[in-house]
Design a protein around this ligand. Structure first.
Ligand SMILES: Cc1ncc(COP(=O)(O)O)c(C=O)c1O
Length: 444
C-alpha cells in the first residue's frame, strides 16, 4: 500500500492505522497483500494444513528468503514477511520527513495499539505489557529490578541463556545473592522429573526461580506451569521469572497459562517482527515493586509504561510489530506450532538411521517444537556446520554449551520440504565421508 501522507493529521493517522494492523481485515490472509491473495489456497477454518504444501508454499512466497542460502538458523533471529518489511520501510520514510514530529507526536501514539495487539496475542491485559528491544532487555529489567537481599536464593538451570545467567551472576557478585544451578540432561520426556529437579533445589531462602520455557540449545519445552505451581506450593512468596524468547509465537499458549510473575521475550524470533523488538510482561500485582532498568520519574508506579523510558529508539520498528502480529494471526497459533513441529520431525526422522547421528531433541510435540540439535560422532559441531555450508549452502548454528554439543537446526514457516531434503542428504554425505575418513586413519 502506498501511503499518501496528508497534512491533515486525522486522515494521516487513519492511513497509518491501516498498516499498523488496526483495521480488522475480512480474513487473516488479507494480511499477506493483494497480489498474493489471488493465489491463496482455499483453506477451511478448522482444516488441518500441517502437510498441505500448497498452503505453506503460499506462505513461503510472503517472505523474501534467499535463493542462494538455506537459512536454518531462524531461532537466532527470524526474517520478516514482505508486508512487515514494507510497513517498516514506510514508517521509516515517514519518520525521516520530520523525525521528532512524526516519531514523537504521531507514531508514538501507535504504541498503545501495538500494546493492545500484543496483549491479545499474549492473553493478558495491555496494562501488563511493555514494548522494548529484545528478550535480554526484558529479562534483565526483571532480574535487576527485583528486590533481593544478601543470602536470598535464586534457582536456575545451567541450560538457561548466557545473558540471563550473566545478569544473575552480576547480582551474585555485587549483592551476595546465592545462585542454585540445576543441571538438566536433555532431552527429558518426563515433566515430573524436571519439576523434581527444581524442587530439590528449594530451601527456606529461595526467593526466585528462573525458567527457560523453550531451551534454545536443544529445543526442550519446559513444564513452566508445573514448576511455577510447585514453587508457589513450597512457598507462596517465591517469584517466578520466565524466559519466553524461544517459545513466544512458536508454540501455542498464553502467558498467564505459565503461572509466572514475570516474562520476557524477543519478537524478532518466531513472531517475525522487525529486528530489535521485544516484550516484557509483568503481572499486574507485581509492577509496583519491580524497579525499572532505566530510571523513570516514579519508579514505584504501577503503570507498566515506566519500563518504556528507553530514550530514543526506532519507532518505525515498534510500529511494524502490528503487521507481524497480523501475519502470525493469519496462520494461527495452533497451525504454526503443528507445522513447525512437523518440519523438525520431517528431517530428524529421516536421519535417525544414519550411522553416528544423534540428537538431543525429543520428537514428541509435548517436549519440542521446530528446534532440534544433532551431532555426528567423531566430528565437532563447528566442523559439521562448516561442512553443511560448504557442501550445500545450509546455514545452521554450531552449539556447544554445558552438556549440549551439536548443530542446531531451526526451520520456520517459510521453509520448504525441499530444503530439508537437501539437509538430510547432506548430513548423510557428511556422515559417510566421516566414516570413510575414520576407517582410513585407523588403517594408517
Ligand atoms: C532462551 C533465550 N533467551 C534470551 C535470548 C536473548 O534474545 P535477544 O538476543 O533477542 O535479546 C535468547 C536469544 O537467542 C534466547 O535463546
Amino acid at each position: 500500500m502506498a501511503l499518501n501522507f496528508t497534512s491533515n493529521r486525522r486522515g494521516f493517522v487513519k492511513k497509518l492505522s491501516g498498516i499498523a494492523g488496526l483495521v480488522t481485515l475480512p480474513t487473516g490472509l488479507a494480511a499477506l497483500g493483494k497480489e498474493q491473495q489471488l493465489f491463496a489456497p482455499k483453506v477451511a477454518p478448522a482444516e488441518d494444513v500441517t502437510s498441505r504444501e500448497d498452503y505453506w508454499g503460499f506462505i513461503q512466497q510472503a517472505y523474501s528468503s534467499s535463493p542462494n542460502v538455506i537459512n536454518l538458523n531462524n531461532g537466532g533471529v527470524s526474517p520478516q514477511p514482505i508486508v512487515v518489511q514494507n510497513a517498516l520501510d514506510q514508517y521509516n520514510r515517514l519518520s525521516n520527513e520530520a523525525p521528532s514530529y512524526y516519531m514523537w507526536r504521531t507514531l508514538d501514539e501507535g504504541r498503545e495499539s501495538v500494546r493492545i495487539k500484543l496483549a491479545d496475542l499474549a492473553g493478558c491485559s495491555p496494562e501488563e505489557i511493555a514494548i522494548n528491544r529484545n528478550a535480554s532487555e526484558a529479562l534483565e529489567t526483571i532480574i535487576f529490578g527485583l528486590n533481593l537481599q544478601k543470602g536470598d536464593e535464586v534457582v536456575l538451570t545451567k541450560q538457561d541463556y548466557p545473558n540471563v545467567i550473566n545478569a544473575w551472576k552480576q547480582r551474585e557478585k555485587r549483592e551476595g545473592i546465592v545462585l542454585k544451578f540445576i543441571n538438566l540432561d536433555l532431552p527429558i520426556e518426563d515433566n515430573q522429573l524436571i519439576v523434581r529437579k527444581y524442587q530439590e533445589a528449594f530451601t527456606a531462602q529461595t526467593k526466585v526461580i528462573m525458567i527457560t520455557h523453550l531451551i534454545n540449545w536443544s529445543g526442550q519445552i519446559m513444564p513452566a506451569a508445573l514448576i511455577s505451581r510447585a514453587a508457589k506450593k513450597f512457598n507462596t512468596a517465591i517469584q517466578v521469572v520466565i524466559d519466553g524468547a524461544h517459545s513466544f509465537a512458536h508454540i501455542a499458549y498464553k502467558i498467564p497459562d505459565l503461572e509466572g510473575d514475570y516474562y520476557g521475550t524477543s519478537l524478532h524470533k518466531w513472531l517475525s517482527s522487525p529486528f530489535g523488538t521485544g516484550m516484557l510482561y509483568v503481572k499486574q500485582s507485581r509492577i509496583k515493586e519491580l524497579w525499572t532498568l532505566l530510571a523513570a520519574e516514579d519508579p514505584n508506579s504501577s503503570d507498566i509504561r515506566k519500563f518504556e523510558r528507553l530514550g530514543t529508539r526506532s519507532f518505525p520498528t515498534e510500529m511494524a510489530i502490528g503487521q507481524a502480529i497480523n501475519f502470525h494471526n493469519a496462520i494461527g497459533d495452533e497451525r504454526k506450532q503443528k507445522r513447525l513441529h512437523y518440519l523438525k520431525n520431517y528431517w530428524v526422522e529421516k536421519c535417525l538411521d544414519i550411522p553416528g547421528f544423534t540428537t538431543q531433541t525429543s520428537l514428541n510435540p509435548e517436549f519440542s517444537g521446530a528446534l532440534a540439535t544433532f551431532a555426528i560422532k567423531g566430528m565437532s559441531p563447528g566442523q559439521v556446520a562448516a561442512e553443511l555450508f560448504k557442501k550445500a549452502r545450509i546455514h545452521t548454528s554450531a552449539t556447544v554449551w554445558e552438556n549440549i554439543s551439536g548443530v542446531r537446526v531451526t526451520p520456520h514457516v517459510y521453509t520448504p520440504l525441499k530444503d530439508l531434503d537437501r539437509l538430510v542428504n547432506t548430513i548423510h554425505l557428511i556422515a559417510k565421508e566421516n566414516v570413510a575418513a575414520t576407517s582410513r586413519s585407523s588403517l594408517n
